[in-house]
Ligand binder design. Sequence first.
Ligand code: CIR
Length: 256
Amino acid sequence: MFTRAIVRPPGRNFAQGLTTVDFGVPDYEVAVAQHEQYCQALQQCGLSLTRLLADDRYPDSTFVEDVAILTPRGAILTAPGAASRAGEVAAIRDTLQSFFPAPFQIESPGTLDGGDICDADGHYLIGISKRTNEEGARQLAHILAQLGHTSAFIDVRQIHTLLHLKTGLTSLGDGRLAVIDALADHPALRGYELVRTVPGEEYAANCIRVNDYVVLAAGFPAFEKSVRDLGHNVIAVAMSEFSKQDGGLSCLSLRF
Ligand code: CIR
């Protein structure tokens, strides 16, 4: 059960952040409106929001998920794999410490982005990616073990369409994962029920289960139908401007 989330709206220089895709330049005003719609979806799921101010020092800082891993047993501050995002951890530390007074910290030479970490019903799938290196993954696995959690690594470096593990794999809860075809046969996913995206709808695999709802990206009808047919309540939110910056739904909040 989640009760809270931390969010940060995009800043005016959002379009100057990192991206590997070529979907056009995001429109700031539309991005702000989509972020607000996202916030309202989280509130509909029952969450109280801590709304941080936009931070123009870091154009990617609306993607708050990457700076921390929050578990019911403790928090871990990350070491973002992109140099331009390293300062985002210090920028959110005080807020996180008001909820988690003694967080763990991923240390150099480890790098790790929260977007690579999928909590699959208390078992953590840890992506090794362009952003999360093996040392960062090992440090996190060690910390999670101290907290009583198991974990497994999934190397996504050969799947060029994935920035992070959760770009292509998220948890729907109750032993169920949303997943793109390229990840579906990975041995770490054995035992889970897989809800696969159809070709052309891969972006939809990045969704979030929040209490009694699944919040997913609007515009992916086959995936949305699959999730509804499984009995989930669905809230669809427009994500076009965030997708232009390689961002998915999960990246826009830290839920706990
Ligand atoms: C970046 O490249 O870091 C941002 N433009 C997008 C981060 C997306 N975060 C995520 O998937 N967790």
